[in-house]
Design a binder for this molecule. Structure first.
Ligand SMILES: [Zn+2]
Length: 130
C-alpha cells in the first residue's frame, strides 16, 4: 500500500499546501475525534489540528473508486481550495500511524533497516558513513 501523502493528492495541488502540511504535521498537535474506513475503499477522518495555539475543526474524505480527496475546515484558507493544510494534516497523521503499525507488525531487522533507509535521508547518510 502506498503510504505517502503525495500519492493521494491531485498532481495540480499547490506545493505550498503540501509543504505547509508537512510543517504542520511536524509542529502541531493533531487530535482525532472520528475515523472510519481505509484507503482501500473510503476513508473519513475528523479531528482538531492545532496551529499557533488555535485549534481548527477539520475533516478529510478519500474515495478510492473516484480517487477523490475532499477537505472540510473552519479555517480561512479552506474556502478557496478543495482542502487546506489542516485537513491534509489529518491524512498525513493517518499515513504515519499506518507506517508505524507496518513497522511493528512486520518487524524483522531487514525490514526495519530497509524502511529507515527508504524513509529517512539521515539514515542513508548514516549507513553510508557510519
Ligand atoms: Zn484548515
Amino acid at each position: 500500500m502506498n503510504l505517502k501523502l503525495i500519492d493521494y493528492i491531485p498532481s495540480n495541488t499547490n506545493i505550498d499546501v503540501i509543504n505547509a502540511t508537512k510543517n504542520l504535521y511536524t509542529n502541531s498537535k493533531v487530535s482525532i475525534s472520528y475515523q472510519r474506513g481505509d484507503l482501500e475503499r473510503f476513508l473519513t477522518i475528523s479531528g482538531i489540528v492545532t496551529e499557533n495555539n488555535k485549534g481548527y475543526q477539520s475533516q478529510i474524505i478519500y474515495k478510492k473508486a473516484s480517487n477523490e480527496l475532499k477537505g472540510l475546515c473552519n479555517c480561512p484558507h479552506w474556502k478557496d481550495l478543495p482542502f487546506c493544510h489542516h485537513s491534509l494534516c489529518l491524512l498525513e497523521y493517518y499515513l504515519q500511524q499506518k507506517i508505524n503499525e507496518d513497522l511493528i507488525q512486520n518487524f524483522t531487522p531487514e525490514h526495519f533497516f530497509s524502511h529507515l533507509v527508504l524513509n529517512n535521508k539521515w539514515s542513508v547518510h548514516y549507513f553510508v558513513n557510519p
